[in-house]
Ligand binder design. Structure first.
Ligand code: GRF
Length: 202
């Protein structure tokens, strides 16, 4: 068996995506080890990590985070509801190669629509018929990095924001582990179109 992919998960809240990644590792779907859970504040996800005996690190200070995780020899940094904006310096410290960082994010919209915070609410309030979920590599511009995977769902019949969120989260919890599986096994290529890059599974 190939060696486990070493990851840190970054969170700020309840950690339901952390749950889905953790469970995918337990079930053998993902061959990875969560070396550390990083949070910018005390939150439910930190409590879950502690129960699971995963080392945690809480700090709002980017240099402290870099100094703490740099010696861990991480393959990927997985953002899962991490609310703090990541700087260009931080990204420079975790480059995979000349094109990609080692940092991956899940965003609850079909990017480039509805970047930023509260994206399910943005989509619902806008009145779009469909929204979705995007997994992408992180670049210094917020929610703008090379896209790896997207899933779309209808919200036309959603009566309220809670409906949209629960439909979206159910999709997130499938899409993130499924996408990480092919990313961790390096089964992808980077393609360019115009001035942009995107990532595609083999
Ligand atoms: C998710 O909707 C995720 O897409 C977004 O923040 C939310 C985090 O939820 N980036 P959770 O903490 O994983 O439950």
């Amino acid at each position: 068996m190939s060696s486990k992919t070493r990851i840190a998960i970054f969170v700020s809240g309840r950690g339901s995506n952390f749950d889905s990644i953790y469970e995918s590792i337990l079930s053998g779907q993902l061959n990875a080890e969560i070396v550390c859970l990083v949070a910018d504040r005390p939150c439910l996800a930190v409590e879950k990590a502690t129960t699971r005996q995963i080392p945690t690190f809480i700090s709002k200070n980017e240099s402290e985070v870099i100094n703490h995780i740099k010696p861990m020899n991480l393959d990927f940094l997985i953002l899962a509801g991490y609310k703090k904006i990541i700087s260009a310096t931080f990204i420079e410290n975790f480059k995979r190669d000349s094109q990609l960082s080692k940092i991956i994010n899940i965003h609850p919209s079909l990017l480039p629509a509805f970047p930023g915070l509260h994206s399910y609410a943005q989509a619902f309030n806008y009145g779009v018929k469909f929204t979705g979920v995007t997994i992408h590599f992180v670049v210094p511009d917020v929610d703008a990095g090379p896209i790896c995977a997207q899933a779309v769902f209808s919200i036309e019949d959603c009566l309220n924001l809670e409906d949209v969120e629960s439909r979206g989260l159910a999709i997130e919890h499938q899409l993130y582990p499924n996408t990480l599986k092919w990313i961790f096994s390096n089964q992808f290529s980077v393609k360019s179109r115009g001035s942009r890059f995107y990532v595609q599974p083999h």
